[in-house]
Ligand binder design. Structure first.
Ligand SMILES: [Zn+2]
Length: 498
């Protein structure tokens, strides 16, 4: 067939299938309403004659399909709808066109800084918005004009008893409503001015300086293991728990919050998986868990706003190792310093000394800082450790709470990073043997563990201020259990130490 004959026929065909329709419609362009806008429907596609300049920042070098008629330029609605940043709709029945900005979860971010909490809604085009505070219950809102939300509803717990809710409030006019449910004592709320590409809501005062954000978790392969680096936005305290069945290391960072940018690193042996959660909001605590393929030696090193964890060779028990070490056992208090006194008159100094002597019975190579009920200054305890060239220093204490409070559980303290593994090993043994609430491995600068020449921990076996635990501490078999746990922890530590 002759080509020249075919061409005019092809041009005619679509207009037979889809007759051209013309008329006037209502247009919502980025939240603004326009009446009697001329439209043409050709080939089933809607073309609109309108001032396209509000969209020009998006269009740049893209060539738009246009129709020209009666000195007017008509733009293709479906072509505009192909832009990722736009959401375009045509309502055939009501003769209504909508051109809105498409917002997704990615357009909504929040960030904690040392002084504030800032929410940011970023739009590819400047939008008008209204802001305000609503009461009972207290909440802050931003109504964003000319936007469509995908999905139509987003909710997120932020911490500090704050909840973020974003939803499509209405269509034609298109309003996305951002709501922040505020706590009962609301912080100071500030909004950025409208219109803008970036809509900001900043919360200050009561939130000031509360908590660090966990920004990044990075894994790096090393000889025989892996190093995990946890990057924080500011310095926070942390507590570690080495757990069994299945083996895993949990790190609780507090005060701290998750930041939305956090992504999972690729697992490296012996780490099988890294996971995290906002473990609690009061106090704000982030828990990061490293699931392990097997029980593994773990060392933690912290720099300001950076926690580094080394996962190394598997732990083995090696008793011989233990006998070759100079281990100093330090029964806390003594003489005129009784330490805690229970309501029935039991003195911590006596219980501490009894436990220390039981450790010596189990492991005769240990050396005690005192064998009797005598005063020994903290300085002398440290000096003693230097004098005997100690490899390990363990201070034995039992806890108490100030008036009115009872307290409960077992805590193990370390201060320097060289002492963490020792603290973990002993604490784990204490928890499994004593079965009291797990007060955790904690970092605190007690004089003796801060100043000693070697890995050092301070054990708080149980609470003398708690009548139940006092009753336990007065029993020989319980004190024996504390001694056994200390020895067991030492064995584990020496097995793992190379
Ligand atoms: Zn004490």
């Amino acid at each position: 067939m002759n080509r020249l004959l075919l061409l005019p026929f092809l041009f005619l065909l679509p207009s037979i299938l889809y007759p051209i329709e013309e008329g006037k419609c209502q247009l919502f362009l980025l939240g603004k309403q326009y009446e009697a806008v001329n439209y043409i429907i050709e080939d089933g596609k809607v073309f609109l004659a309108f001032d396209i300049s509000p969209l020009t920042p998006l269009l740049k070098e893209i060539k738009l399909k246009i129709l020209k008629k009666n000195n007017e330029i008509f733009y293709s609605l479906s072509q505009l709808g192909e832009f990722k940043a736009l959401s375009c709709k045509w309502d055939k029945e009501n003769k209504q066109a909508i051109i809105a900005v498409r917002l997704t979860k990615e357009n909504i971010t929040w960030e904690r800084t040392p002084s504030s909490l800032v929410f940011q809604i970023t739009s590819p085009l400047p939008l008008s918005f209204e802001t305000g505070i609503l009461s009972s219950p207290e909440r802050a809102f931003i109504d964003i004009m000319g936007a469509h939300l995908y999905p139509a509803k987003i909710e997120e717990e932020i911490g500090d008893n704050l909840k973020m809710r974003v939803a499509q409030h209405s269509v034609a006019p298109d309003v996305v409503r951002f709501i922040l449910d505020l706590p009962s004592s609301p912080p100071k709320v500030e909004f950025s001015p409208s219109p803008a590409n970036v809509m900001k809501i900043s919360l200050t005062s009561p939130l000031k300086g509360r908590g660090s954000g966990l920004e990044n978790i990075d894994l790096q392969k090393i000889d025989g293991g892996a190093i995990a680096s946890l990057k924080l936005t500011q310095i926070s305290e942390y507590k570690t728990l080495l757990l069994k069945n299945p083996p895993r290391l949990a790190i609780d960072i507090s005060p701290a919050y998750l930041t939305p940018a956090l992504t999972a690193p690729q697992a490296i042996s012996p780490i099988s998986q890294v996971r995290w959660s906002q473990f609690s909001y009061d106090p704000p605590t982030v828990r990061v868990v490293f699931d392990l393929e097997k029980e593994t030696r773990v060392d933690i090193k912290s720099e300001p706003a950076l926690i580094k964890v080394r996962f190394g060779a598997p732990l083995e028990t090696d008793f011989d190792n233990l006998l070759n070490l100079k281990i100093v056992i330090d029964p806390g208090h003594g003489g005129t310093e009784p330490g805690a006194i229970s309501s029935n008159g039991w003195k911590e100094k006596d219980i501490n000394l009894d436990i220390a002597k039981r450790v010596k019975k189990l492991l005769p190579s240990v050396i005690l800082t005192r064998e009797d009920d005598i005063n020994v200054s903290l300085q002398d305890r440290v000096a003693f450790a230097y004098q005997v060239n100690a490899d390990i220093f363990i201070s034995i204490h039992n806890n108490s709470m100030p008036q009115g409070k009872v307290g409960s559980g077992t805590e193990t303290y370390y201060y320097r990073e060289d002492s963490l593994l020792l603290a973990q090993c002993i604490h784990e043994a204490l928890i499994s043997k004593l079965g009291l609430p797990d007060g955790g491995v904690r970092r605190r600068g007690f004089y003796v563990i801060k100043n000693s020449p070697c890995p050092s921990v301070l054990v708080e076996g149980a609470y003398l201020s708690n009548p139940n635990e006092e009753a336990l501490l007065t029993k020989e078999d319980f004190r024996e259990k504390i001694a056994e746990a200390i020895v067991e922890g030492l064995k584990k530590y020496c097995g793992g130490k190379r």
